[in-house]
Structures are given as C-alpha cells and as structure tokens.
Design a protein around this ligand. Structure first.
Ligand code: ADP
Ligand code: MG
Length: 701
C-alpha cells in the first residue's frame, strides 16, 4: 500500500476513484488532495439553530429542520418521476422532493424515522417544500463533523451531484483529508508576518475554514487565508515592479528647462489645481531617478489630465527627448493634437499628428522628421505603434484612456528605444483603491482628485417616463438659449436591431411631441458606416446640429463644450460607471450643465440606488466605490480579462484593510530584503520561483 500525501492524485482518496476524479478535474479544477483541501466552503449553516415548520418563510436561505418522515412515495412517469416525502414536526408538515437518484434516496430514507433536514424552503402550490434536501441522522454522532456547530456548504455542480458529490459528499471527503493529512500542511507565510498580524497557522486555518470550532475561529481562519491570498498577489506585482526597476534603466530627466518654464510662466492660461501640481511633481521626481517610470494617472473627466501630460512631454523635450501621446480613436487624437498645438503655438516645440487617415505623403515626410529629431511631440492613434514609426530619441509615452490598449501594445512602445521610454498611462475611469492596487499593482498611481476651480457641478435629475413632457419642455428651453443636447440610448446586446428600433421610435416621439422647426438632429449608432458616423459627429461638434441622438457609441472623451445637457434614456439599464462616463460628456463649458436620467416607472431596488447615487454625487471615485459594492469587481469596466480578480476568499469590496496590510507588508519585506535572500523569507523566494516556472510553461503550451 503506497502512502498518500497531499500531492497524491485525487483519484486515490477513498470514495473518489477514476470517474469522480475526472469530474473533479473537469468541473472544479481539482487534481490533488491539496487542491481539494484548498477548496473552501462558500458559506456555513448554524447547526445550533433549528427552525420550526411554521416559522418558514420564502425569504430564508438555507434552514435546518428536525422532523419525522411520515410518508414517502415515488410518483410520475418515466423522466418526470420524482420521490415525494412528507416531513412533520409539532407545528406542521412540509414536502421533500427528489428528482434524481430516486432509488438511492428510497433505500436510505425510512418512514417513521426522525431526521435533520437542510435546504432552501420554497413555496410550491401554496405550501412549503424543499427539493433535494440534505439529510442527517438524528441524534448526531459524536465525531468532528457530528459536533460541528457551523455546517460548511460547498459549491457543487449538477454533474458532481449525480455522483453524490453534493455539498455533503464533498464535506465527507474533506473530513477524511483533515483527519489523515492535516499534519502534512506546511506553513506558507513567513513566521515574522504571522506574528506581526497575530495570524493563525496555515494548518489551523485550513482546519477551521472547513470545520470551524465556532464563529470566532472561522473569522480567524478567513482572515488568515484572505491575507495570504492578497499577500501573494501583491508579492508578484511588487516583485515584478522591483525587478523591472532593477533591470531597466530609464532616461534621467535631470532638469526643468526653458520649454516647461516658458509654458508654465507665459503660456498656461490658468492656474494649475493643487492636484495637478502634486501629480506633475510626482512625475518629475519619478523621471529623474534614472529608472523607467510606469505610472498611472487617474482623474475624473474634466480634471485636467491633458495639461499634466503636456507638461510631462515638455519636460522630456527639455531634456533632449521626444515624446508621444497615443489616444484610442482618431477623433480623440485629433482633439488632443489641436488642443496641444494651440497651447504650444509660437514655436515652443514642434507638434505633429499621425493617424490611420494620414496620407502616404504625410507619413513619408513625418517619418523623416521624426527620425531626424525635428518633431518634439507626436500625437496619434495606434498608428504610432507600427514598426515603421521610428523616433530619434523617444523619452516619454503618454497613453490616454488606458483600458482600450492591451499590455502587448504597451510593450511594443517600450521597444521603440534602446532604453525604454517612461510610460504615463491616463485613465478617466476612476477605480476604487483596492481595485487599483490589484489591477495596476505594478504601476505607480497618481490621482487628480480635484476639479479646476469655478467648475459648476453638473445638475443631475431623475425623471420617470410619466414626466417626459417636462423633459421636452426643458430641452426646448435650453436649445432656445443656444445650447446643444445629447440623448443616449442604452445598447441592449442581445439585439442591435431592437436597439435601433428603440432609438428610432424615440426620435419619432420627439418629433411629434416636440415640434420645433429650428433644430437639427445628428444620429449616431453602431450599425452605421464609419464615414457617416464621423460626418454626423462633425456636424454636432461644429454646432450645426443641436441634438445628438446616439447609442453608447459616443466616444469617450469627445469634447463639445457647448453641449450642456445629457439625457440618458432607460438610465436604469446602465451601470454606474457608465452613467458617470456619459455624464462627463457635458459640464465642459462655462454654462451650467444638466444630466437627466429618464427611467421607466418601475425600478428595481438596485436600479433606484444607482440613479439616486448619480443624483447625489458628481465624484467619480465615490461612484466607483458604490459600483464596486453593488456589482463586485468582475463587472467594473476594464477588469473583465484580468485573472487577478479570481479571488477565492478575499473580496475587494470589503477587505480593503487586509489588502492594505498585505501590500504594505510585501513592500517592507522587499525593501529590507530585495532579493529575498534572508532565511526567514525563503518561503517567498520559493513561491516566486515556482510561479515563474509555471508562467514560462503556460507560454509554451
Ligand atoms: P480630462 O482630465 O478629462 O482629460 P482635460 O485635460 O480635457 O480633462 O481638461 C478639461 C478642460 O479643463 C480643458 O478645457 C482644460 O483646458 C481645462 N483645465 C485644465 N486644467 C485647468 C485648470 N487648472 N484651471 C482651469 N481650467 C483647466
Ligand atoms: Mg482627456
């Protein structure tokens, strides 16, 4: 008989075997004993609390009931067969129903016997029933599982359940693992870390996550395991960052020269906000170290990121380097180019633009000037990444609206110089701190958390469908004042055709109920050719059309200062961050701006909360925090593809404190022992070595 260890294939665990092992692998990615031991319950039932049948309520989650089986029978034909039993206590009776494994249940369930039953009660035909409840004999045996006060509940799948691997089945296997193998569990965190935060050992944590002694022990186990989870993510991120800094030199922008000074003293038409000053200083300090900068600048729409970018580029120019700025769309690139070119007029520096629609002749000329170092600042789209674009001496790359560019594209820009340029990534999508620390944990983050003075907050109102005439009245009034208006319709992914119908019906209704001769409408939606889209947008930008009706294709960052009203139809269908982004299209000029959220008369609780939040605050960071609480990290824009968010226990919405602790601990460790050579950090070195082998392997396969 071979001696099993935690690395043994799950197949060999008593009660598993080849078929279930295969299911474990396919359904849950569990291959070894260790994997299963690290498959945690997702919640617990209080086994000290028994519900009486007359206390049941359809709002209750899982409940535990003690009762006697008073009848059981198999009813129905063939594939509709089911086993129905009645469970009775002194207050009433409920039905227990099984649709699968009828034979097994029939053999194991005895009429007249008392059982402990677990399950979610639902109302069916006017009375309570529980389908596929879990059953336990009564009284409970005096074993570890028998003595549990908190019953673990594991996620399972339909396929696993067919092979009796429901929550109870998994619990049985966990019992076995704990009894036979818990002693083999090795500590994964350095002792000094455990001591610092008074955390329990890995062994104790695993024991208590599966079979908690009491609520306090469960909390300690959760805290320890969450910490560990976040700690190792931070270790990887910060280690990557540190290695990059050790390995890649960066251009040292030693001096602030004429260009920055002239711009700041003589050209800049306004006073910088304190936040802008702070961020520029952070960039200045970061770029003079001789280490490549990788910095993310987060700032709400309108917080003035462009001028921060421009001054950073001028700093590069002052130090003899070229700079470029990349935007996700042609319209945005053009806007940046125009605003930058108008700010640095009088020949302070030379600025050029390169996009997909630059002609061959323009390109040839531009390539030449770029290589000769005659262009100081190049603004453009993806076209900048092409290999043909060669700089004489690129020192800084600014990437606007980061989430549209992939890591691969970022890397391409790096290779545009022997010493990689400094990278400044700008995003107008505020993300909560915990997310930023996890998603961009290998970047330094600067935050512009202040709007320029005198900016009037956008006045946001929520109107119900029944108040539509008021909305039309308001539009009329604003158009009469010479303002322009956006009306946005949500995109319903399932049917673009329906979206369009919806949008067209909306325009019809508007023309009918709002008959003014002197307004023109631009219509922009995903289904129309690019050229038409550009044409319609251009008319709106030039003020020839007063109203722009669009699906959500309205470009991020499009700047039409005279547009001061944003109307969002079916606003309850949008997520918070999207609503905030859309609202950011207005409030760019001197006029008071408005955002009107139109919704149906019936709203879900969450939909209502979203709209209330929008009405209450203009602060993007506050909104992103609420969004995170409402939807969880997976749905926040730009995070979908990121594997770092597959957290097992930790929750970025609620575990901010643990994340802080984990991150600062890693920072301290890496600072004191950069190569992790100290014996008491050897666990960490081993972890990283294993990971990097794993990653290399992933890339090959
Ligand atoms: P965003 O952060 O959304 O990219 P922009 O850089 O486009 O914002 O700035 C929005 C507007 O605010 C621009 O018209 C810009 O000139 C102006 N602006 C930027 N900073 C200031 C400031 N400190 N004071 C006054 N206006 C400013
Ligand atoms: Mg911008």
């Amino acid at each position: 008989m071979f001696a099993a260890t935690l690395d043994t294939t799950i197949e060999f665990l008593k009660g598993v075997g080849p078929k279930r092992a295969e299911l474990f692998q396919k359904e849950l990615g569990i291959f070894t004993y260790d994997h299963l031991l690290n498959y945690y319950p997702f919640r617990y039932i209080d086994r000290t609390r028994f519900y009486k049948i007359n206390e049941l309520d359809p709002d209750l989650p899982y409940v535990q009931i003690l009762g006697r089986i008073t009848s059981k029978e198999i009813i129905g034909e063939k594939h509709k067969k089911r086993l129905v039993a009645r469970l009775t206590d002194e207050t009433g009776t409920i039905e227990l129903v099984w649709f699968q494994s009828l034979k097994w249940v029939d053999e194991n369930l005895s009429k007249g016997k008392v059982y402990i039953v677990f399950g979610k009660p639902v109302v069916f035909n006017g009375s309570f029933s529980i389908s596929h409840p879990e059953l336990e004999n009564y009284p409970r045996p005096a074993t570890i599982t028998g003595n549990l006060r908190l019953q673990p509940v594991y996620h399972s799948t339909e396929k696993l359940k067919k092979f009796f691997l429901d929550s109870k089945g998994i619990q049985k296997l966990q019992t076995q693992l704990i009894e036979q193998h818990i002693k083999e569990v090795r500590e994964s965190l350095p002792l000094h870390v455990l001591e610092k935060y008074h955390m329990i050992s890995k062994k104790e944590a695993l024991l208590n996550i599966h079979f908690p002694k009491d609520v306090k022990a469960l909390k300690s186990a959760e805290r320890r395991l969450k910490f560990e989870e976040l700690f190792f993510i931070q270790l990887q991120l910060l280690h990557t960052k540190q290695q990059r800094e050790l390995r890649f030199k960066g251009h040292a922008f030693g001096a602030v020269g004429d260009k920055v000074n002239t711009f700041y003293k003589e050209i800049l038409p306004f006073e910088l906000t304190n936040a802008q000053k702070r961020v520029i200083k952070e960039i200045r300090l970061d770029t003079q170290r001789g280490i490549q900068m990788n910095r993310l600048v987060q700032g709400d729409v309108g917080s003035g990121k462009t001028v921060v970018a421009l001054m950073s580029m001028l700093l590069a120019n002052d130090n003899g380097f070229q700079a470029c700025m990349m935007a996700p769309t042609e319209i945005l690139a053009r806007q940046h180019y125009e605003s930058i070119a108008s700010l640095v007029k009088d020949g302070l520096v030379s600025v050029a633009i390169l996009t997909g629609s630059s002609t061959k002749k323009q390109r040839t000329q531009l390539h030449k000037e770029l290589e000769a170092g005659e262009i100081d600042i190049l603004v453009g789209t993806h076209a900048l990444i092409e290999d043909k674009v060669v700089f004489k001496n690129l020192g800084l790359v600014v990437i606007d609206e980061q989430h549209r560019f992939g890591v691969e594209q970022r890397a391409k820009l790096w290779r545009k110089n022997v010493i990689p340029p400094h990278i400044l990534v700008m995003t107008a999508t505020p993300i909560p701190r915990t997310l930023a620390m996890t998603l961009y944990g290998d970047l330094d983050v600067s935050i512009i958390d202040e709007l320029p003075a005198g900016r009037k907050p956008i006045d946001t109102r929520h109107l119900y469908e029944g108040q539509r005439l008021r909305m039309f009245g308001f539009m009329k009034q604003e158009i009469a004042k010479g303002r322009q208006i956006y009306i946005v319709y949500p995109l319903i992914k399932e049917s673009e055709k329906l979206d369009l119908l919806h949008l067209e019906a909306g325009i019809e209704q508007m023309r009918y109920q709002f008959p003014l001769p002197d307004y023109q409408i631009s219509i922009v939606h995903g289904k129309m050719p690019n050229a038409d889209k550009q044409y319609e947008m251009q008319r709106f930008i030039e003020g020839k059309n007063q109203i722009m009706v669009a699906t959500t294709v309205i470009e991020v960052g499009v700047n039409v200062p005279n547009a001061s009203v944003m109307i969002i139809e079916n606003a309850e269908r949008f997520g918070l961050s999207q609503l905030h982004q859309l609202r950011g299209r207005v409030g760019r000029g001197a006029e008071q701006s408005f955002c009107i959220l139109m919704s149906g008369n019936k709203l879900s609780k969450e939909g209502k909360l979203r709209l209330e939040t929008m009405v209450k605050t203009n602060n993007g960071f506050e909104i992103s925090e609420i969004d995170l609480q409402l939807r969880g990290p997976g749905d926040i824009s730009g995070t979908q593809q990121s594997g770092v968010l597959d957290l097992k226990l930790a929750d970025l919405a609620t575990d901010q404190l643990i994340l802080q602790e984990a991150r600062s601990t890693v920072m301290e460790i890496l600072k004191a022992d950069p190569m992790l050579e100290e014996p008491n950090n050897s666990l960490l070195r081993t972890y990283l070595a294993k990971r990097s082998r794993g990653i290399a392997f992933d890339k090959i396969s």
